[in-house]
Design a protein around this ligand. Structure first.
Ligand code: IPM
Ligand code: MG
Length: 356
């Protein structure tokens, strides 16, 4: 089993170090190989996703990814910005299925910005299509407008598009995931305005007929954004496109009050996967040893489960995380009165100890 370890920028290096610590403590046989990505790779090699990093990622069974991005790269041309690394990995490896769970941990219910009764026990899964939509649609660019309100003016444009097979395969992923959960899929679209999403809705409905045991409903994205804060527990699996999924998954993760705890997985059709925390590179707290490593440690557990076929080891890690929370250990992001504040490395050490 070969794992590509790509720490990236900001808190990426600190949180990945803790996840690697935990993986090494499992005494399974892995080959771990580290490579630079994002701003760190731009500094080292002049590109956010150097050939050598991409090659390693392609050869590996799984990728453990930290985070990329820093404000200091905002002025670089788009192709050299850190975000291009994650977009490039998604595209080159065909990582079309993105799983973003939003779980409210019992001990952290009070940390949500919503009333505890709205979020306690929350467990929803966002399945975001990750390699299509307006993120990758061509053409895109700048040109002179020939119509609209200001013909002759300078304009920028992107293209929202989905092919039938792209929608079919993500719909299957969502229905299959729902079968292992509460058997409900909410497909989020904007069919009232966009052709792309009328097509989406029609195809998801068609595929849904192959899953009569799963309840399917449809929701416009604006309403979904509202329902997520009004009655988040009414959802089970949400399936949506790349753009809407980007927005709704940030919204959903914040409901839990514990974005520092949420892992994510992006898989291709060969079950090769990229595993990363749902939070970003947080450059404001980088290097201070205060970042929460649990989302990354839990991402490593997801990696063991989905790409490396090591369910028992995945469960061991998840149980260890539960244990350290029960012990009252908290990094500053989830700290509250009556709990013990610890730093990044102490939290990682505690998880390693709890594995025993
Ligand atoms: C995410 C991020 C990325 C995205 C950025 C960093 C390109 O926001 O993974 O949600 O928009 O997909
Ligand atoms: Mg995002």
């Amino acid at each position: 089993m070969k794992i590509a370890v790509l720490p990236g920028d900001g808190i990426g290096t600190e949180i990945i170090a803790e996840a690697v610590k935990v993986l090494k403590a499992l005494d399974l046989k892995f080959e771990l190989e580290t490579a630079p990505v994002g701003g760190a790779a731009y500094e080292a090699a002049g590109h956010p996703l150097p050939e050598s990093t991409l090659k390693l990622a392609k050869e590996a069974d799984a990728i453990l990814f930290g985070a990329v991005g820093d404000w200091k790269y905002d002025k670089l041309e788009r192709a050299l910005r850190p975000e291009q690394a994650i977009l490039g990995l998604r595209k080159h490896l065909g990582l079309f299925a993105n799983f973003r769970p939003a779980i409210c941990y019992e001990q952290l219910t009070h940390a949500s910005s919503l009333k505890p009764e709205l979020v306690s026990g929350l467990d929803i899964l966002i399945v975001r299509e990750l390699t299509g939509d307006i993120y990758f649609g061509q053409p895109r660019g700048k040109r002179t407008a020939t119509d609209g309100a200001f013909p002759g003016a300078e304009e920028a444009f992107d293209t929202m598009r989905y092919t039938r097979p792209e929608i079919e395969r993500i719909a299957h992923v969502a229905f299959q995931a729902a079968r292992k959960r509460n058997k409900k899929v909410t497909s989020v679209d904007k069919a009232n305005v966009l052709e792309t999403f009328q097509f989406w809705k029609d195809i998801v409905t068609e595929i849904g007929q192959q899953y009569p045991d799963v309840k399917l409903d449809h929701m416009y994205v604006d309403n979904a954004a509202m329902q997520l804060v009004k009655a988040p527990k009414s959802f089970d699996v949400i399936v949506t496109g790349n753009m809407f999924g980007d927005i709704l998954s940030d919204e959903a993760s914040m409901l839990t009050g514990s974005i520092g705890m949420l892992p994510s997985a992006s898989l291709n059709s060969k079950n090769q996967g990229l595993y990363e925390p749902s939070h970003g590179s947080a450059p404001d707290i980088a290097g201070k040893g205060v970042a929460n490593p649990l989302a990354t440690i839990l991402s490593a557990a997801m990696m063991l489960r989905f790409s490396l076929n090591q369910e028992a080891a995945a469960q061991r890690i998840e149980a260890a995380v539960q244990k350290v929370l029960a012990q009252g250990l908290r990094t500053p992001d989830i700290h509250s009165a009556g709990t013990t504040q610890v730093g990044t490395a102490q939290m990682g050490d505690a998880v390693v100890k709890a594995l025993a």
